[in-house]
Design a binder for this molecule. Sequence first.
Ligand code: SF4
Length: 333
Amino acid sequence: MKNPRVAAKALLDWYGASRRELPWRKTRDPWRVLVSEVMLQQTRVAAVIPYYERFLERYPKAEDLAVAPEAEFLAMWAGLGYYARARNLQRAARKIAEMGRFPASYEEIRELPGVGDYTAAAIASICYGQPHAVLDGNVVRVLSRVTAERGDAAASSVRVRLKELAQRMLDAKRAGDFNQAMMELGATVCLPKGPQCLLCPWRDECKGLAEGIQEELPVKLSRREPVKLAVELCVMVKEGKVLLRQRGAAETRLAGFWELPEVRVLPEAVRGEMLGTFKHSITRHDYTVEVWRAAPAKAPKGFRWFEWGELAGLPLTTMSRKALEMAPEYPQA
Ligand code: SF4
């Protein structure tokens, strides 16, 4: 990049004219920005907006989440996935409540549970104007293309190089806007597939575009193939109640959530009609899910019968909620 400061100015001008109005851009309240950043990890903006609004209506301050029962806030998070994020957010809220204030420097913010370099830099720059450049997947993609970076984007040497470039470009007087502009460019113009180079403020200096390799970047040598799995779930109903199993506290994923039992864990259950099938993906696992009705059997330990009306307020796995929606008894919204 010939002149990082000139490039930064072009980016900020573009951002001023093209930015999307998003709810978390209307505030500098660090609690709200933290909630938005945590929700946006691995999740699309459009999916996050209703969750963000409902969550902050219930927990407008960190102190409110700090004392919330786990089942309640997990139920509010259900559908967003990656539930460790919600639990870490409560741990962060408790720490903020103990401190009696939101931490006000990058180093202090970085100490909050579940907060990494990226989130700390985003909050420090957006809420406190501190000059810390962010490096997330969007920024890595944009900078890899602009500089025609051919190294593996997962390699620490490449990430250090890109972070240094982002830091050199950062306009210290507008650190928050600069970081958001970089992320916005990656999210709306420099797309993973089909970058919109004609609309890009950096089209004249993008080396990747000049060399015609923009779509091959960033290089991801360690990309792994998805794992395909088949699951059979059973909907067992007795006296107007449906049988669910609670995932144990030691489970690495979705601990404490309720789910439909798999057919294989209830060998004595008699299988009835098939209610349907659907596809469901969790990280790199692609599931084909079959949903079966089964005749009532005795509930083993860790299982419970629930009224259909209770399901709305329950932390239910998304896969099970999709499966339950196939049963005619499931209450329609
Ligand atoms: S010119 Fe194209 S490839 Fe280069 S940064 Fe802009 S959108 Fe991305």
